[in-house]
Design a protein around this ligand. Structure first.
Ligand SMILES: O=C(O)[C@H](O)[C@@H](O)[C@H](O)[C@H](O)COP(=O)(O)O
Ligand code: SF4
Length: 606
């Protein structure tokens, strides 16, 4: 079925806008691919270094140009529960490659930050920048030019976006993303959030809080809320970088290992040495990006992707804008209720039918481009499947069921939870911003209240502790943009503002910073651009000004006469505090050159 005319029109607009970048990009990757098996351009010395530790048989294989070699980029560490399982993946991939007559080598590692460990801490100010650093680090591994395809091991927030930027920069190579899968379900996310609010109100102690947190985050695998990490898995599957059904299979299971080995064999099959050559930069085109945005809306995905997806697309010469994302939201219904957009977690989502059911429902109405290339071949229909372990450890796929196994978690296209998607762009005299409405009750989609000004999240927390946050208000938390302090997530504020909202106060937040993909129930107009550090209007808002956020009309404004607003002197604060400590001194160059939020907040392209 061809794509819905509105989806097709937005896609055509993106194709037109991208031409000045996309055409030279395709020329570059085609000439890079034309040099054939890349080892053949290396000198003997280079090659000897490149396979010094390989077995004699592998050296013979790699000396020629008929045996494909996989470059593994791994983001393994013990800090991220979602990445800890990757410790054993390279051995599994090498074994699968050998079985299939190929070779696999770890090309390099990349750093991976856990936003859960750094949430509310100074380290979070490195988080956004770590995305581009991960792309650079992956590039260092791949620059050895020993490889015919790349296998990327990454799951969490900035890691998958950084790896996708690398995969598209090395777009002449085929690329397969291999996930580790979600943690098994522990203490439900909403119960964890309730204990947090009780702790913030002094009704329970640290022991109870730590016990609740540890029951929620209890083992290997991705945290089970639908935040940025699990939005990444959804994106990798719906954009065709994962094998069908790979996203939400728990780590340490036979099916997980079978999928990892299948991915290694598939990577060997799609190199230039086979007859299904699938370079990543050709596979991912404007339709794949639009499919990603559609998936984001249909699942209530993370607001962080209004930045990461823009940066990822740009790496392939595709210019995606917030306007595109916002207009697609008007066309795509919400089909999934996963925390913070509901009470279920990603294990429940998968059990209800998961990605295969979601894709089959969206394809029914032409809300996805089916005519796309993927690592599995041609067409997204191949992803409308249910996956299970077959005989002797193989992966079995059957067509997705017609009905959701849990209609409270996954709806059909004919009876969606909401008729529009989760992410809206806001514009007005404060600038541009985004708001996630899939997790906010409809009665809170419009809010008008006086501004309370904070220049960092600690000030707001202190005001809460002092009991001065009374009545209805819009918290304006500024100097949190990329150039100010690296644009941290301010997710800890959700607990405090959630308490006030539950008491009946109408509250919202307006910030040039970010929120977590796990943030949800408090209306938040985030990623405000231009940022305060750049003298944006958010720096001209004063205590008591009336702020109006209208997520229905897509507007954000301060009720001050335009001339008066423009003639106000923008607030200026001393940011030297955040220039040192926890490695922030290493990222001064990034703060200086970071681009605007609506262009991805990137140091790589503006
Ligand atoms: O964008 C995201 O999804 C978040 O960055 C997420 O990865 C982060 O870990 C949250 O902070 C976890 O939620 P808690 O902080 O509530 O545990
Ligand atoms: S989902 Fe967030 S908290 Fe969980 S492991 Fe990944 S980065 Fe850390």
């Amino acid at each position: 079925m061809s794509a819905d005319s509105r989806i097709a029109a937005i896609t055509a607009r993106i194709v037109e806008r991208s031409k000045p970048y996309r055409e030279p990009y395709l020329e570059r990757i085609r000439s890079a691919a034309a040099t054939g098996p890349h080892r053949s351009v290396l000198g003997c010395g280079n090659l000897a270094h490149g396979f010094a530790v390989c077995s004699p048989a592998e050296k013979v294989a790699l000396a020629g140009d008929r045996v494909p070699n996989l470059g593994i980029i791994t983001s393994y560490n013990d800090m991220l529960s979602a990445h800890q399982p990757f410790e054993t993946y390279p051995a599994l991939i090498r074994e699968a490659a050998r079985e299939a007559g190929g070779v696999a080598q770890v090309a390099g590692g990349v750093p991976a930050m856990c936003d859960g460990v750094t949430q509310g801490q100074p380290g979070m100010e490195l988080s956004l920048f770590s995305r581009d650093l991960i792309a650079m680090a992956a590039g260092i591994g791949l620059s050895h030019n020993m490889f015919d395809a790349a296998v990327y091991l990454g799951v969490c927030d900035k890691i998958v976006p950084g790896l996708v930027i690398a995969a598209l920069t090395f777009g002449h190579l085929p690329a397969i993303f291999v996930p580790a899968g979600p943690m098994t379900s522990g203490l439900p996310n909403d119960e964890k959030a309730k204990v947090r609010q009780l702790f913030a109100e002094g009704k329970v102690g640290r022991d109870e809080l730590l016990e609740a947190e540890s029951k929620s985050y209890h083992g290997p695998g991705t945290c089970t809320f639908y935040g940025t990490a699990n939005s990444n898995q959804m994106l990798m599957e719906i954009m065709g970088f994962h094998l069908p059904g790979a996203s939400f299979i728990n780590p340490g299971t036979p099916l997980r290992d079978a999928l990892t080995k299948e991915a290694a064999k598939r990577a060997l099959a799609i190199t230039a040495m086979g007859n299904e050559f699938t370079p990543a930069g050709e596979m991912i085109d404007e339709r794949s990006i639009v499919n990603g945005v559609v998936g984001l809306h249909a699942t209530g995905g993370s607001t962080n992707h209004t930045m990461h997806l823009v940066a990822m697309a740009r790496a392939a010469g595709i210019a995606l804008t917030w306007q595109d994302i916002s207009e697609l939201s008007d066309v795509v219904p919400l089909l999934a209720r996963v925390y913070p957009n509901g009470l279920a977690d990603v294990n429940h989502f998968h059990a209800a039918g998961g990605m295969g059911f979601l894709i089959s429902q969206l394809l029914k109405k032409g809300l996805l481009h089916d005519d796309v290339r993927t690592v599995f071949g041609q067409g997204l229909e191949a992803y409308a499947i249910d996956v299970r372990l077959g005989d002797n450890g193989t992966v079995q796929r059957e067509p997705a069921p017609e009905q959701s196994a849990d209609p409270k978690v996954l709806a059909t296209i004919d009876q969606p939870f909401q008729h529009t998607g989760g992410l809206k762009m806001l514009t007005g005299n404060i600038g541009k911003a985004v708001i996630k409405i899939s997790a906010v009750k409809p009665e809170r989609h419009i809010i008008e209240a006086p501004a309370k000004i904070f220049n960092d999240q600690a000030e707001l927390n202190a005001a809460f502790k002092a009991g001065t946050l009374e009545g209805d208000f819009v918290a304006v938390v500024r100097f949190q943009g990329p150039k100010a302090n690296g644009m941290p997530e301010l997710h800890k504020l959700t607990t405090v503002l959630g308490i006030l909202q539950d008491r009946g106060q109408k509250v919202a937040i307006v910030t040039d910073g970010r929120m977590s993909g796990a943030s949800g129930k408090v209306p938040a107009a985030i990623h405000v651009t231009p940022e305060a550090k750049e003298g944006g209007p958010i720096a001209r808002i004063q205590e008591g000004d009336i702020i109006r956020i209208d997520a229905i009309k897509g507007t954000i404004e301060v009720k001050v006469d335009d001339i008066a607003l423009k003639t106000r002197v923008p607030a200026h604060i001393d940011l030297s505090e955040n220039e040192f400590g926890m490695g922030r001194e290493l990222f001064a160059p990034f703060r200086q050159i970071a681009g605007a939020a609506d262009r991805g907040g990137s140091v790589l392209f503006h």
